[in-house]
Design a protein around this ligand. Structure first.
Ligand code: UDP
Ligand code: MG
Length: 343
């Protein structure tokens, strides 16, 4: 796809901020964002998705709205997780350009400004890559990460950049393409890569979290990794088949060896230790393979239920359709949406 530099002013810039117990961070981040990003576009909307927060996130955001900040609050009915909250925000965002960033202030605002510059140069996706992320991780973590990306990318037709996260700028046509993906188990990083388009990486140094602590502990990352693998890769299933074949071949060789042993040396009773070890080993291998298959089955189970990804409780302020309609891209750029409907 040929991209050309974009010179026209952005009618509406949306920033999507999933937030779970981030009252203190949003209190300074939203005014800061509104101050520094407003000059980039004709209109700005900061879409805060409250992911069932148990602190003062909602009253805090409402107070900022009352003060006149260009904020829209999308309240989910409970905690659905960051991936669902981000999806909800992307569904609600109406801008020609949509930026997704964390609401804890770890994603620098200066990088958002650079992202917009790259969008103007013609890139449809600009994704943030953390500088020095690998170096700060332990050897074990780096090994898991490498194995994860190997499993994810083996034989795949699209490239998933290894150190990229959810800090991104997306052109409207990318957002519309993402909305067409119906799957329940969201592995956003994979979905962003799957839709394609002209992408560019941008490096950033994450800030320290101002308040609170990370929600992504090791077990949660592990479960996200399993979601990613089962959603994007069939390699584990193929490994199960390969392992089955290997064990079958080895058992035939072992069988022949026992027959030869009996014929040549008359030794028919093999050791108990060999027998016990091979039975327990094979039982382990079988359970492991069943577990792998069960992960995929569980994913099919989730998909066939076709439950919505998130439930919205409230959306404030009400859509300002009249004002936004003037700035929405359909009005002045009919070709882009027409192009997309043919996708
Ligand atoms: N978050 C969310 N729902 C959750 C957990 C986290 O919306 O269930 C949000 C959180 O408020 C933050 C972003 O996702 O804006 C990233 O979370 P966090 O800072 O805990 O992750 P880290 O930066 O450590 O990867
Ligand atoms: Mg964070």
């Amino acid at each position: 796809m040929q991209s050309v530099p974009r010179s026209a002013e952005i009618p509406l810039l949306s920033v999507v901020l999933p937030a779970f117990n981030e009252a203190k961070n949003l209190a300074w981040l939203l005014p800061e964002l509104s101050l520094r990003l407003a000059p980039l576009a004709a209109h700005l909307e900061l879409v805060v998705v409250d992911d069932g927060s148990r602190d003062d996130t909602v009253p805090q955001v409402r107070q900022l709205i009352a003060q006149g900040l260009p904020v829209r609050l999308l309240q989910l009915s409970r905690n659905f997780g960051k991936e669902a909250a981000l999806t909800a925000g992307l569904d609600a965002a109406q801008g020609q350009v949509v930026v997704s960033m964390d609401s804890d202030g770890q994603h620098p605002i200066a990088t958002v400004v650079e992202m917009v510059t790259l969008w103007r140069q013609g890139f449809d996706v600009v994704y943030g890559v953390q500088v020095g992320r690998r170096a700060s991780q332990s050897w074990a973590r780096r090994t898991y990460t490498r194995l994860f990306y190997w499993l994810m990318q083996k034989g795949s037709r699209f490239q998933m950049p290894a150190d990229a996260g959810d800090f991104r700028l997306l052109d409207r046509q990318v957002v519309l393409a993402l909305r067409q993906l119906p799957e329940r188990a969201r592995y956003m990083k994979g979905l962003f890569a799957w839709v394609g388009f002209k992408a560019k990486a941008i490096e950033f140094v994450p800030e320290e979290r101002a308040y609170g602590e990370t929600h992504f502990k090791f077990t949660r990352l592990l479960s996200l990794a399993v979601t990613g693998i089962t959603a994007f890769s069939k390699v584990p299933l193929r490994l199960v088949s390969a392992l089955g074949m290997l064990v079958s071949v080895l058992s035939v060789i072992f069988g022949l060896w026992i027959v030869c042993e009996k014929l040549l040396w008359g030794n028919s009773v093999s050791g108990f230790a060999t027998l016990a070890a091979s039975i327990t080993f094979l039982a382990g291998v079988q359970l492991l393979c069943l577990g792998i298959i069960a992960e995929y089955l569980g994913r099919v189970f989730d998909e066939v239920k076709r439950r919505p990804l998130y439930v919205t409780q409230d959306l404030t302020p009400p859509f300002e359709q009249a004002r936004l309609a003037q700035s929405l891209p359909q009005a002045d750029k009919p070709t882009r949406d027409a192009e997309l409907s043919e996708l």
